[in-house]
Write a protein that binds this ligand. Sequence first.
Ligand code: BV8
Ligand code: ZN
Length: 283
Amino acid sequence: MPSTSIEDFRGILSNARNILVVSGAGLSAASGIATFRGQGGRWRKYDASILATLAAWHENQSRVWQFFHYRREEVRSKRPNDGHYALARMCMPKWRRIVAPNATIVHVTQNIDGLCLEALDELSSASEESPDGTIIEMHGNLFDVVCTAFDCDYRAKNMDYPICPALGGTEAIVAAGNVEPVVRRADLPHCPKCQQLLRPDVVWFGERPKQIQRILEAADSADLCLVVGTSSLVQPASKLPERVHANGGKVAVFNLEPNTNHSDEADFEFVGPCELEFARILG
Ligand code: BV8
Ligand code: ZN
């Protein structure tokens, strides 16, 4: 049965040498971004596990681009919440609370909203201190694009609204649940380098997560894993806490709901909104 002792958890956290954080959509829920499953979030209008796939892309690039354009615009105005900042502070030696100054932190997020990095960038520029923790967006980022041509290396951050004229305004049509507009392939975003089609640089189901080797190495050297706001259904992210546990590391789950998929190997479980739990526990 996982412990709920804040004092014991603080003891483990203060002695941890290598910390792995695995976060999911629940971390961004307080920022107003819908989660995929579980409590605390409205169900998405569109099922990512169907639309975020290569098969969907090959079948209808226009529909997939409308879905990701819709997600870009859903996220654009959202801001990091206290949960993002609490985890960002862990990556900043001067701002750390409880965590040892020389502990290493690797925060692997499944989220593609960019809010984890945004919170860290803000703290880093506010304190003029470079972070020594690492944030890895293992499923990519909604505002990154990559060229689909096999012989072109174009990839870029693209914050444009709209990302192409033809998609402008479709987010409102999709949000209203109206009939999906038809956007011609020729009018979708194209590579400025080779004029081939661009795609969102997001990891779809069936695709290799980003920096997976580095992530597995971080899991293998971690003596503590914080599992934050994830239903732990999507692999390989969901296997990381087990990996830490198997190597003798401790696992602490932060979730709105009890008994998520890691409760049996969790040493600690804190049930409630993670943004509030961090405030309660980290002070
Ligand atoms: C891979 C980008 C090989 C797109 C995403 C059959 C069985 C098992 C596995 C598989 C299978 N068939 C295929 C697979 C593999 C597959 C997979 O896991 N499928 C699942 C559906 C079964 N995985 C893959 O294909 C991955 N690739 O395996 O490649 C490989 C592996 C290793 C090395 C080389 C090659 C690629 C998966 C990536 C897919 N892309 N996102 C997009 O977003 O559109 S995944 C998508 O789901 C999002 O990124 C999302 O973050 C992620 C996981 O969801 P969660 O983050 O957990 O969100 P969820 O809503 O589910 O849960 C929210 C939780 O928060 C809830 O528990 C809720 O209670 C809680 N909560 C809510 N509010 C709060 C809160 N908690 C705390 N505080 C709050 N305030
Ligand atoms: Zn190109």
